[in-house]
Design a binder for this molecule. Structure first.
Ligand code: FAD
Length: 478
């Protein structure tokens, strides 16, 4: 241990601190597939020296003030559903488990806002809102595995983002504790022109600039009506063109997902299926929903789309939190699986898809792709890779090869290296290429806010002032 544990206990309360090996090990793996391989192999390359269970802003402030004075790394942790290694303590020190900070602080049905403690489980918050006739509109596949603070820190995006937006659109304000222990709360407003919008410093910062303790989000009345429908296209390019035209027409269906042939076969559980499938859903007031759905179907029809009815969408809605295809691979010795989400403008997405598919096909048994999170300018592309290696060490090498290839192709094609999973450890080697000069801007912000470099050090290529940034990755660590 590189710091005085008794001092830490005195600062945050002895009850809040654990140094037990089981606890420390359980915070050395998130949902990153490489971490799953490490777990199988009994490896714990990034283990904290202590875990502190955070019960509120005051305690977080005490912890961080002490950590900055002592130079002890503190890595915030929500529920560890990150699939990139983001909450793993790269430089050891303390993991600050935010999950004990849980519950709704305020719900305002007139202004349509909810304030929740940062460790609140997404699924519980959504259920509480639904009981009041409201919804978050934010529904990541990890809704029941992730926290509100984690969403803010990773810049998360949900399955219905095309209507409700991603977390940066939904966050109104939050309380954040800075590295020196000072807590600050952004003012509430529906919108404001009062200088630069500094909330964005922390949205997507992956815990490197502050620890979020309370979040106010927009909420929405539950939709009274819904229309669902699936459509088959022979050619994927027609499906992509339909996505583009739907957003270009200003239509806002909450559900827009286009599956390529390989993933469509999984989706429909039909190995003989040919073509690709678009899942569509509109919700809101009855007449608007009917008109929007009809308008979407007209665009599909004009591009050769054949309606498949609501059945495939209903089946998807029933299974949308099911991650077993990936999990089964990750549990099997030598098995590997990855999910890589990127984004591009409409002008580049077709080419990015083809190049990625061709480059990754030799490296995995299956390469499944869908397009979701659509914008008038472009869309995200989500790639699922499933494979089987001879043993766990080979699986680890296969995962690195996949990432190197995928990120190289994405950068060559001018795509965005992550749409919503973030950087964590897995994308660190590619971050400076993605950000260019602006990585230096990020580094200066880090030096100003966290000169001792104690908050999740190493992540986003950031350490403290005067410390050379490192391009850490999982590969060489165990
Ligand atoms: C099955 C599955 C499906 C997924 N689907 C989606 C999806 O649809 N959309 C999506 O966006 N993501 C998805 N993810 C990824 C993951 O759930 C998100 O990144 C999520 O936002 C992480 O939340 P968490 O609370 O588990 O945070 P963690 O994984 O614990 O931490 C993630 C990062 O946030 C930081 N952090 C956590 N809490 C705080 C805090 N209070 N203050 C400051 N920093 C903090 C950590 O330091 C770390 O850098 C999925 C993951 C899985 C396993």
């Amino acid at each position: 241990v590189t710091f005085d544990i008794e001092q830490l206990r005195a600062v945050v309360g002895a009850q809040a601190v654990s140094t037990r090996a089981e606890d420390r090990f359980s915070y050395s793996h998130d949902a990153w597939p490489l971490a799953a391989v490490w777990r199988r192999r009994g490896l714990h390359p990034h283990t904290p020296e202590a875990v502190v269970r955070i019960n509120g802003t005051l305690q977080a402030a005490r912890l961080l003030r002490w950590a900055s004075e002592q130079g002890v790394p503190v890595t915030p942790w929500g529920l560890g559903s990150s699939v990139t290694g983001a909450p793993l303590p790269l430089r050891g020190g303390v993991v600050a488990d935010c999950s004990p900070m849980s519950g709704i602080v305020r719900l305002d049905d007139e202004d349509l806002t909810v304030t929740a403690k940062a460790g609140t489980l997404g699924g519980e918050l959504e259920e509480a809102l639904r009981a009041r006739g409201l919804t978050l509109g934010h529904s990541p596949q990890s809704l029941h595995l992730s926290t509100v603070g984690g969403w803010v820190a990773t810049r998360a995006s949900g399955q219905f983002s095309s209507r409700y937006g991603s977390i940066e659109d939904l966050v109104i304000a939050f309380t954040v504790v800075l590295a020196d222990g000072e807590a600050m709360t952004f003012p509430l407003s529906p919108r404001a022109a009062v200088g630069p919008d500094l909330r964005h410093l922390f949205i997507g910062a992956e815990g490197t600039l502050g620890l979020v303790t309370e979040v106010t989000l927009r909420v929405w009345p539950l939709a009274s009506h819904q229309r669902l429908g699936a459509v088959r296209f022979v050619a994927l390019d027609d499906g992509i063109e339909v996505l583009r035209l739907i957003t270009r027409a200003g239509l806002r269906p909450h559900l827009v997902r286009l599956y390529d042939e390989d993933e469509a076969r999984h989706l429909l559980r039909d190995d003989g299926f040919s073509g690709c499938v678009l899942l569509l859903g509109s919700e809101g007031a009855a007449d608007i929903v009917a008109a929007e759905h009809a308008a979407c179907l007209r665009i599909c029809d004009a591009h050769g789309g054949a309606p498949l009815g609501a059945g495939p969408v209903e089946a998807w809605l029933d299974r949308r939190f099911d991650f077993s295809t990936v999990e089964e691979r990750l549990h099997a010795p030598g098995g590997f699986a990855e999910t890589i989400e990127v984004a591009h403008f409409w002008s580049g997405i077709g080419s990015l898809y083809r190049e990625l598919k061709a480059a990754l096909a030799p490296l995995a048994d299956e390469v499944l792709c869908h397009f979701s999170h659509v914008y008038p300018q472009g869309t995200s592309l989500y790639v699922i890779l499933l494979g089987q290696a001879s043993d766990d060490a080979a699986a680890e090498r296969a995962l690195h090869a996949l990432w190197d290839r995928a990120m190289a192709v994405c950068l060559e094609q001018g795509g965005t290296i992550s749409h919503h999973h973030g950087i964590g450890m897995v994308r660190l080697p590619y971050l400076t290429d993605a950000l260019g000069d602006t990585h230096e801007l990020l580094r200066r912000v880090k030096c100003a806010l966290d000169p001792a470099g104690v908050l999740n050090p190493g992540k986003l290529g950031l350490d403290g002032a005067g410390v050379a940034p490192v391009a850490a990755r999982g590969e060489a660590e165990p």
